[in-house]
Design a protein around this ligand. Structure first.
Ligand SMILES: Nc1ncnc2c1ncn2[C@@H]1O[C@H](COP(=O)(O)OC(=O)CCCC[C@@H]2CCSS2)[C@@H](O)[C@H]1O
Length: 413
């Protein structure tokens, strides 16, 4: 890392300096065995790119120098590497601008972040990687600074307040030589937004082998001690970390993940992490099935609609409607118009709504103008669908190419 652009904040004293000597991270000229960094960015994709960059490219991390990174994000939902966003959160709400969606490199479940949540990443050698020890340090650090907080480490490495409320979730990435363990810490996050966002938009009928989150009852630390703030949490943890690793005094080095000079190649990592291909396209394949009953001459008929999605695109589509309702050729055309289309709830939702309308229309038609109009209706539906898909598909593809993602903005319009 070229450090001349980072800023340093000396926490043991009161000084905060801008511009630093080129040996930032060296204490009094002598290199310490550890380093504490804090990101100035609150953009989740920038911060994940920074984490990635440090893990992949940073000389100090590669030389197994212990590094603690502190970071916070604006409102976002962060899914694990092997998760399905449609199963884990309300994608529609996310896309309407309420939060950013990110897929991280580590496994595990889905969490919500905002500025009331602090993230800590402990980089170490693979052999020095020890989640339990990191968590014990966090508990000790917070115990020293906020004696009123009763924190414990659960068997699955969550941090619990009063033995039951989750205040921190953990995940990790372990490579051949280096590793990181990262965790959240709920200081004063918006837990109402959290529960709204972490509700699947497709609770019924979604089948997949993706990792499922383990929902928990959460609480903010500030609810147990109102002197808790994210700044105070970061300070307490940084101070403890330094003491633990032999530093009498500690310095927090402020780093800017949008600075390509300091972190060469970081923009590429950012583009990858914020692109559709990574966030949605990496979803393990899944099947989604919807069914509903439609009245038919005083009776009820069942319609089923089943999509198989691979790499974020519809690979297969099955639609069963009563034989007499739709001519097979049109049914096939409808199915084929969906194949290869990115699985985008709007696309599928529209197809379902149109299909429902068609069925209703078919019902009316049976009684009024018979099959002639039904075919016309379906034809109109097909044209609508095809136009809709073409518009979405072409524009979205173009958009993704230009912006590396950001469907939310487009679809919100
Ligand atoms: N910010 C935060 N902190 C603690 N717990 C949370 C948070 N957001 C949601 N939750 C609760 O955890 C479960 C999911 O628990 P689950 O155990 O399934 O997943 C995790 O804990 C993953 C932690 C990942 C930590 C990374 C560190 C830096 S980037 S993200 C969710 O349903 C909520 O009930």
């Amino acid at each position: 890392m070229h450090r001349s652009c980072s800023r340093r904040r000396e926490l043991a004293g009161t000084t905060q300096r801008d511009g630093c000597p080129s040996d930032a991270g060296h204490k009094g000229g002598a290199r310490t065995g550890f380093r504490i960094l804090q990101s100035v960015s609150t953009d989740v994709h920038e911060n994940l790119a920074l984490e990635d960059w440090l893990y992949e490219k940073d000389d100090d991390v590669q030389r197994r120098r212990r590094t603690l990174l502190l970071w916070r994000n604006g409102p976002c939902v962060v899914i694990g590497r092997h998760q399905n966003p449609w199963a884990e959160c309300d994608v529609r709400l996310v896309r309407s601008g309420h939060a950013t969606l990110a897929r991280r490199r580590s496994g595990g479940g889905t969490v919500y972040h905002d500025l009331g949540n602090v993230n800590l990443t402990f980089f170490s050698s693979r052999t020095g990687y020890d989640r339990a020890s990191n968590l014990r340090s966090v508990v000790s650090a917070l115990g020293d600074a906020f004696p009123r907080l009763a924190l414990t480490v659960s068997p699955r490495h969550d941090l619990l307040l009063d033995g039951r409320y989750k205040v921190s979730g953990t995940a990790a990435k372990v490579g051949g030589k280096v590793a990181y363990h990262h965790l959240t810490l709920l200081g004063s996050a918006d837990t109402i937004a959290m529960s709204r966002l972490l509700k699947s938009s497709h609770t019924n009928g979604l089948r997949s082998r993706a990792t499922a989150s383990v929902p928990a009852q959460v609480r903010n630390l500030c609810d147990a001690d109102n002197s808790v703030s994210c700044e105070a949490l970061s300070f307490a943890i940084a101070r403890y970390y330094a003491t633990q690793h032999g530093g009498a005094q500690h310095i927090i080095e402020m780093v800017d993940p949008s600075d390509e000079t300091t972190f060469p190649g970081i923009a590429k990592l950012h583009d990858e992490l914020s692109g559709w291909e990574w966030i949605y396209g990496r979803t393990p394949e899944f099947t989604i099935e919807q069914e509903w009953n439609v009245p038919d001459d005083g009776d009820e008929k069942r319609i089923t609609f089943c999509l198989h999605v691979k790499r974020g695109q519809i690979q297969d589509c099955k639609l069963h409607v009563p034989n007499e309702w739709l001519p097979t050729s049109l049914l096939d055309a409808l199915i084929h118009s969906l194949i290869g289309v990115p699985f985008w709830p709007d696309n599928v939702f529209l197809a379902l709504v149109n299909l429902k309308d068609t069925c209703k229309r078919t019902e009316e038609v049976k009684h009024n103008w018979e099959i002639d109009l039904a075919i016309k209706g379906i034809f109109v539906l097909l044209i609508q669908l095809i136009i809709h898909f073409l518009i979405n598909y072409i524009i979205l593809k173009k958009f993704v190419r230009c912006n590396g993602g950001g469907f939310g903005m487009l679809l919100a319009n």
